[in-house]
Design a binder for this molecule. Sequence first.
Ligand SMILES: Nc1ncnc2c1ncn2[C@@H]1O[C@H](COP(=O)(O)OP(=O)(O)OP(=O)(O)O)[C@@H](O)[C@H]1O
Length: 256
Amino acid sequence: MSDSPTREGDAPALEVRELSFAYGGRPVLETISLAIAAGEFVVLLGPNGAGKTTLFSLVTRLHDRRRGEIRIGGFDVKRQAVKAHARIGVVFQQPTLDLDLSVGQNLAYHAALHGMGSGEARRRADAQLARVGLADRRRTRVRQLSGGQRRRVEIARGLLHEPRLLLLDEPTVGLDVASRRELVEHAHRLCAEEGVAVLWATHLIDEVRPGDRVLVLHRGRLLADGTPEALSARLGVATLGEAFDRLVGDEEAPCD
Ligand SMILES: Nc1ncnc2c1ncn2[C@@H]1O[C@H](COP(=O)(O)OP(=O)(O)OP(=O)(O)O)[C@@H](O)[C@H]1O
């Protein structure tokens, strides 16, 4: 593969080739390959310990010693790290907002890390907060927001530098049913309306919608890639839940 895509628009938002990783000699990801197109919504579905967070850590380079190749928008995350990482936004499993700062201050801090001037940062923060329905909360301390609102601030923050790929690692943990549904809908809108590719990691079957592309990860291996309908048909069962049970075994069944 060459170092630069002929046209960035032609390259997948994320491309992973034959990725393997081990913690201290214990394999955790084994020969993972996948590609996500611009504007595509993809669910990475796997039980606890499947390797979802590890995959995200490798894409974002929190961990580095691995085999295989990872490209974001065509740029190699090791050799073209700055270009690759300018194109990625992340919402981590553990909330990472500063609770004692206001919403606006949290976003301004992130913008500064990405080298944005204050005027540009403010303009983008206002636009993103409006998108997540929190335009009137810019001066509110994060501590005073609900869990769902905090998650929406984290999504706004993750999109501030206008990435082409957004990774969300179990973003609905601790949220009520309505907030979870709202977050899933918001992520779909980002894909449809703004062309952002989304990789949504979860162990919750009910976060998958009909027609979504689902990657099933179990014990470090990708076991399936397709819509819930296609996976159910392939395994001769009626629902994605049953298909998932067949693939990963009942003892690993996800909650819903
Ligand atoms: N820092 C670490 N050192 C050693 N082993 C680890 C470390 N982090 C994760 N693991 C192991 O790697 C495997 C994959 O973990 P990972 O957190 O990637 O899975 P996950 O699918 O994100 O799970 P969860 O849904 O529970 O977050 C697990 O067996 C876990 O125990």
